[in-house]
Design a protein around this ligand. Sequence first.
Ligand code: ADP
Ligand code: ZN
Length: 609
Amino acid sequence: MEEKLEVLYRYFGYSSFRRGQEELIDAQLWGRDAFGIMPTGGGKSLCYQIPALMLEGITLVVSPLISLMKDQVSALKNMGIPGAFVNSSLTQNQIRLVLQNIRLGVYKIIYVAPERLLTQGFLEAIADQNISLVAVDEAHCISQWGQDFRPGYLRIVDFLSLLPKRPVVSAFTATATYEVRKDIKEILRLREPLEIITGYDRPNLRFEVLKPKKKADALLELLAQRKGKSGIIYCSTRKDVEKVCEILRGRKLPATRYHAGLSDQERHENQEDFVYDRSRIMVATNAFGMGIDKSNVGFVIHYNMPQSLEAYYQEAGRAGRDGEPADCILLYSKSDILTAKFLIEQSGENDALTEEERQEVRKKDLIRLKSMISYCNSSHCLRAHILEYFGEQHPEACGNCSSCSSVMEEVDMTEQAKMILSGIYRIHDRLGYWVGASLVAQSLHGSKNQRIMELGLNRLSTYGIMKDVRRSQIRDLIEELERQGYLVTDPTHGAVKLTGEAREVLFQDKQVKRLVQAVQKQEEKKEENRAVQDSEALLEGLKELRIQIARRENMPLYIIFSNATLQEMARKAPVTVEELLRVSGVGKYKAERYGEAFLNLIRKHRQSS
Ligand code: ADP
Ligand code: ZN
C-alpha cells in the first residue's frame, strides 16, 4: 500500500501534514470513525480525500454546498483523481450519465447532496459497489443548534442503514460548540470516533481595526494598497452594499455585489464572477459566503461592525484559506452600534417564538454585541481577544495584528481631563442635575446652539475652553475618562457623572494618561517589501500565465495553482521538473499538465534578467 505521505506529495504536492490531518487520516485507514473539528482553511478536505485514494472501493462525500462540490471535483480531476458529483444542478441526462459511470466503477470519490442519497437511482447505482468510506462535510448541518440546519442531513443515517456493510464514517466541521459536536456524534451515530479539535487560531490572518473619519476614503485607500488581490467587503445592510459597490465601480474597480434583495440569477452570476476572478472584489451582506470555497481571498474588509465575534470570525475567516498572509480589517464607527442594535431588534420577528423567548434571544444578542464592541475598542492583541472569547489558550501578544504591530505610546492628558471634568462639575453646579456627553462637549467647545443658550451654559467659565478641539474628539476623551473610571454614564438617561476619582484629578493634581498608537515602523516594512519585489516581475508573469490557462480550461484560478504556490515558484524559480515538484502545491499530475508552460516562462525570465 502506498504511504500516505507519498499520496500527499504526489497528488497534492504538499510535503507535510497540517495539525490533526495525519491522525484523522490514520483513523479512517484503520477502519475507525473519525470526527475532525478544524477552522475554515484548516485543511479538512484532505482528511477524507487521502483515505479515499488509499482505501479500496468508493468514498462518498456528503456536502450541502452545491457550488463547492463542483469546484472540489474540478480540483480533484485537475490532480488526476477521478471524481464526480450528484446534485440538483445537473440535468436528468447528466445524472443518468454519472450514475451509469458509478455502476462501472469509474470514480474513486463521489460528492453527493444529502437529498440525493435515498433516491432510487442513486441507491441502485451504488448497489453493487464497495462503499468503504462515507465522509460528512459541514457536519454541523445535522444540528438544529446551528443556523445552517439541513433536514436532508438527518437522512444520512437511514442511508447508512441500507448499506449491506457499514462503511467507515467520518465527519468534519468548523463549528466547535459543545451542543453541535454532541448532536453530530449522536445523530450520525458515530462509533467511538477519533475526535480531533485543532485550534481556532489562523496564524496567517492579520487582524486590524481602523476608525476612519470617512469610511469610503479609507476603503479606497486600502484597496489601492491591495491592487490585484481578490477580496470581500462586508456591509451590514443592502443599502450599504449598493452604495459601496457604486463607489468602487465609479473608480473603475472590478467590483460585484451580493445580497438577499437580488434575483437568484444575479446572485449566482455575481458569485461566479467572483469565484472565477472575473470580478476581484465582492461587496456583500452576510448572505454571502456560506460554501464559497475560494482559497485565494487576500482580504476581508468589514465596512461595518458585525453583531458578534462569532459572525466576525466566520466572515473574516474566509480570507487566506490558501495559507497565505491575508488581511482582516474592520472599519469601525460608533454609528455601527446603532445599526447592529437595530438589526438585533428586528431579528426573530418572523420566527415562531413567544415574546418571552424573543426577549431572551435579544438579551443574549446584546451581550454578544458588547464583546464585539470591546474588540473594536481594544488596544491589546486582537488575536488574543478573539481566542480568549472562544475559550482558547493564547499568547499575550501575537505580533500579527494592528495592536501588536503598532507601538503604543503613553501620553499625558491631565490638562484635558481637568477641563472636561471641571466642565461637567460646573454644569451640574448650575443646573442641579447631570447632562449627557454631547451637551458637555458642546459647552466645552463653545457651541452656540439654542439649548446651550436656554440653559445659560454659555455663561459658565468653562464655556469654550476647548474651542480648538473638535467636538467628536472631546467625546472620545470623555469616553476614555469613563473607561478609566473618572466618569460613569447613567444607563437610563445617558447622563455622565463624576466619580470620587475625578475629585482626585480636580483637587489633588492626579495625573491622567492614555495610550495612543505611535507611528508604525514604516522602515521595517519597506525592507520586507524590497525582498519581495525581486521576484515580483516573475510572479506577475506566472499569474498571467495562470489566467490564460484558467480561461482556456474554464476553471477558477486557484484550481490551477494557488497564489501561495505561485509565490513560492517565483521565489525558487525552478528550471527543471524535479525542482518544480519541490514547490509546495505542485503535484505530479499538475507538473505533467502545466509544468512545461511554467518552466518555459521561468527560463525566459531568468535569461532576460
Ligand atoms: P477547509 O475545508 O478546512 O476549509 P480546505 O480543505 O479547503 O480547508 O484546505 C484549505 C487549503 O489548504 C487548500 O488550499 C488546501 O489545498 C490547503 N492544504 C490542506 N492541507 C495542506 C497541507 N498539508 N499542506 C499545505 N496545504 C494544505
Ligand atoms: Zn496581536
